[in-house]
Write a protein that binds this ligand. Structure first.
Ligand SMILES: Cc1ncc(COP(=O)(O)O)c(C=O)c1O
Length: 405
């Protein structure tokens, strides 16, 4: 089979693949616990459901404008004003099939082959592959001080004449780190100074805990003209628990949005009008579900952090947002894929290998599921890894016997 060079360089999404494995095991009746999930378990807001149902009942489900319906754009404009204190016009926004497509189309609109795109490690699994899909080169940058918080000098050291863009994802998947105001200020200034595109993947920005502040990049922008290279990515997937609705968006300068719409027009056309109706319902409707999800996640985080702290040999930098914790398991196994496979095979707990996020020795554990699953999942992992554990463990009726050291 002859495949393109680019196609051959693209790996499957590890997270989606493991989700599939989970579904298969679950369907077979295996007592598997998903600590690798990437979506909240709550229901979509009632306003989303009402809005989509009434449009569906009309029986008229037609093509939508490529860059989003007028009402969708109005909802995004409102969201941007309320959350970023920034007034934008309809020509500054595009709705896409998830934040994923908004990101992909933005990258396709700005990258030429051999361009370089910098992003901090650990990173969301799709960034390197998306950059490669454009024929460009991903440049992951690991903070040198061993934290999950990048510093400007880490980025500066990797800047070359080929650098075209920087992607920043805070709160971060997989670490849950919220980058400090000083870094956001520095990176906005640096990108403006070097005339780089700055893509802020803000998909988790409403899911932050305690008194953590979410810095607003617009506070540091000096160029508000149509030459601005700031791109804000967002969507309803995480905060509104609407992952399956596939609505995300980008806010950027008018020229770029026009080019992104041209590209999207040949890929998928406008994202489904039904799903846009649901997203509009969620954004314009009552916001209590977001706060209730945030509180639930904050509580789940507390439980997970307690469990990890009581687990000798693990190291965790406490997440400040999202629903992920990136835990250092290297004292047990430095090969995260091997460890993740081992845990799935032996105790039926699904975790995401850190190497997929650019850091070996770590596992990403999600706390978007139930507290029962978090507690039992960690207990099973502990039983599997701690050589001092009793020889047997019961999962329901099933007896597991340690036949490894
Ligand atoms: C950092 C990050 N960006 C973007 C996305 C994609 O979001 P969506 O489901 O809206 O495409 C995800 C989903 O996991 C993510 O974690």
């Amino acid at each position: 089979m002859s495949l393109s060079l680019i196609a051959r360089s693209i790996g499957a999404s590890a997270t989606l693949k493991l989700n599939e494995t989970f579904s298969i095991l679950k369907a077979k009746g295996e007592p598997v616990i998903h600590l690798g999930g990437g979506e909240p378990k709550s229901k979509a807001p009632i306003d989303a459901i009402t809005a989509i149902s009434s449009h569906l009942n009309s029986g008229e489900v037609r093509y939508a404008p490529v860059d989003g319906s007028i009402d969708m754009k109005k909802a995004i404009i409102r969201y941007t004003r309320e959350n970023y204190n920034r007034k934008v016009e309809p020509e500054h926004v595009i709705a896409s099939s998830g934040a994923k497509q908004a990101l992909m189309v933005a990258l396709q609109a700005i990258l030429d082959p051999q361009d370089e795109v910098i992003f901090p490690t650990p990173y969301w699994v799709s960034y390197p592959e998306m950059v490669k899909l454009c024929g460009a080169i991903p440049i992951p940058v690991t903070p040198e001080d061993g934290t999950f918080t990048p510093r400007l000098k880490d980025i500066e050291q990797n800047y070359t004449s080929y650098t075209k863009a920087i992607i920043i994802n805070s709160p971060n998947n997989p670490s849950g780190a919220v980058y400090p105001e000083s870094f956001i200020r520095d990176i906005v200034k640096f990108a403006e100074e070097k005339s780089l595109y700055l893509i802020m993947d803000d998909i988790y920005h409403k899911l932050v805990f305690g008194n953590t502040d979410m810095p607003n990049p617009y506070d540091y922008v000096t160029d508000f003209s149509e030459n601005s290279k700031l791109i804000i990515i967002n969507g309803v997937s995480k905060a509104y628990a609407m992952t399956g609705f596939r609505i995300g968006w980008a806010v950027a300068n008018k020229n770029l949005i026009e080019v992104m719409a041209n590209i999207q027009g040949h890929q998928t056309s406008g994202t489904s009008i039904l799903l846009q109706k649901a997203a509009i319902g969620a954004i314009n409707g009552v916001q209590t579900s977001v706060e209730s999800l945030r509180t639930t996640l904050e509580n789940n985080r507390k439980v997970l952090v307690q469990q990890i702290k009581a687990f000798e040999g693990l190291h965790l930098i406490e997440p400040k947002g999202t629903f992920y914790a990136f835990v250092d398991f290297s004292s047990y196994d430095k090969d995260s894929t091997r460890l993740s496979n081992f845990l799935l095979e032996k105790v039926r707990v699904l975790t995401m290998p850190g190497v997929e996020f650019g850091m070996e020795g770590y596992l990403r554990l999600s706390y978007c599921g139930s507290i029962k699953d978090i507690i039992e999942g960690i207990e099973r992992i502990k039983w599997a890894l701690d050589p001092n554990s009793p020889n047997e463990l019961y999962i329901g009726e099933r007896k597991l016997v340690r036949d490894w050291n």
